[in-house]
Design a protein around this ligand. Sequence first.
Ligand SMILES: NC(=O)c1ccc[n+]([C@@H]2O[C@H](COP(=O)([O-])OP(=O)(O)OC[C@H]3O[C@@H](n4cnc5c(N)ncnc54)[C@H](OP(=O)(O)O)[C@@H]3O)[C@@H](O)[C@H]2O)c1
Length: 435
Amino acid sequence: MESIKVVLLGLGTVGKGVYETIQTHQTQLQAVLGKKIEVVAILVKNKEKKREIDLDPSVILTTDYVDILQLPEIDFVIEMIGGIEPARTYIEQSLTKGCHVITANKELMAFHGKELRKIAEQTGFQLAYEASVAGAIPVIRTLQELLQVNHITKIEAILNGTTNYILTQMRKGKISFEQALMEAKEKGYAEADPSNDIEGWDAFFKLMVLSDLVFDEQPNWNHVDRSGIEQVLIEDLTLAEQFGLRLKLIGSLYKNHDRWEAKVKPTFLSKSHPLYYVEGVENGIVIETDLAGRLFFQGSGAGSLATASAIIEDLVNVWQRQKLGVPKRGVKWKAIAEHKGDQSYWFVIQSKQKHRKNEDLLLKNSFQQFGITIHASEWIELPNQEYTTGYVISGRGDDIKKFLYQVEKQYWGLKWYPISTWQEQEEKSKRKVYA
Ligand SMILES: NC(=O)c1ccc[n+]([C@@H]2O[C@H](COP(=O)([O-])OP(=O)(O)OC[C@H]3O[C@@H](n4cnc5c(N)ncnc54)[C@H](OP(=O)(O)O)[C@@H]3O)[C@@H](O)[C@H]2O)c1
C-alpha cells in the first residue's frame, strides 16, 4: 500500500503522542485516507536522550534539519518544537520544499502566523494549526470551515488549563495561589517556569491566533488589556462565591464601537455563563454568532493525546481537502452597530481593611458620587481582625473605568474584575445588531 510520508519535528510530550497515535490508529487512518501513514524521520535536539518510546528502526532520528530537507517525497512536516526559532525557519523551508505543515505552536502563530500563511498560499501547500489553540477542541476548523457565513460577534474563552486549574483548586481547597501553583507543578500541569501561563501570555497568544483567523488582523498588542492571576487571593474567591460568582482567566474578542478589542483578564462569571462550569485543566470557548447564536465548546486544552488528536485530525483534513485549498472568510468584517454605553458589571474587592465600617461607608459614598449603582456588598473577616469587602457594581462603559481608576488611588488594596453573565435577555439584545 502506498504511504503518506511524515516528518516529526520534536519528540517531547506532543511529538510522542503524535508518533504513538499514528501507530495505535493506523487502521482507522488507512480506512479514512486509503493510505498508510509512515513516519520517516524525527528531528530532536538531543539524540542521546533516553526516551520512553519504541521507535521503528527504519525511522531516521536526527538533530540536523538538513537531513530532513534532503529527504525525497515528504508529504507532511509536523512542527512540535515550540518557540519562535528555529521553528519559524523550519516551517518556511518545509513549505518551500513542497510539504504541508502542521504546527502546535501558538507563540509562533501569534507572532508570524500571517506571514507563514502567506508563504503557504504562495507555495500551494497548507499550514494547519488546530493544536495551537485549546488542544483537542476543534475551534480553528469550526471558525475556518463551519462558520464561514456567520458573523462572529464575540468570543469568550478559557484558553489556559494551568491557570484554570490553579483558580479551581484555590476556590475548592481554600488554598493560596502559591500552594495551588505548587500542586499544579507536581501534577505536571504547570511548567518549572510558569510565567507564560500565570501572567496570561499563553492565553494572549492563543487569542491573537483566533483574532487573525476571525478578523484577518490582530489588535495592537500594546492596547490589549492583559493581566494574569498572580494577585488573586483566596478571600477574593470566597467572597465572590457568596454572590454566586467564579473567577476564571478569560480571553475575549469583542467589538467596541468601530474596532475589535481583545483582553485577557481574570473575570468573574455568573452561573448563567457556560464557562462558569469549566473547571480544572479543561478549556472552554463560547462563540457568539448572528445566525447560529451561541456555540459552546469544552474539552482538554493540553496533554499528549489531546494535542495529538488535533494534529492527526489536521493531517487527515489537509490531505482530504488538498485540492480545495484552505477556506477563507471571504468578506472583510463589517462594522457592527454598537449599543453605546452598555451597562457593565464589575466586582470590586477592597482587601484587608482595618476598620471595615468607616472605609466601607467612604467607598460607598464615592460610588454614589460617581453615579455608580451598587447592587450588593458582602464582607468577610480575616483571622487578624482585618476585613475584605466585595461589591457588585454597574455603570456605563468607560465611565466605570474612570471611576475605578480614581478611587484606586484613595483606597488601598482595591481590585476590580469584570463580571460576565450570559442571561437570556442579554443574549437577545446582542443579536441582530448589524448595520
Ligand atoms: N504539551 C502540551 O500539552 C501542548 C499542548 C498544545 C500545544 N503544545 C505546543 O506544542 C509544542 C511542543 O510542546 P511539548 O510540550 O511537546 O514540548 P517538549 O516536551 O518540550 O518537546 C519539545 C521537543 O522539541 C525538541 N526540540 C526543542 N528544540 C529543538 C531544536 N532547536 N531542534 C530540534 N528539536 C528541538 C525537543 O528535543 P529533545 O527531546 O531532544 O529535547 C523535544 O523533543 C509547543 O509549541 C507547545 O506550545 C503543547
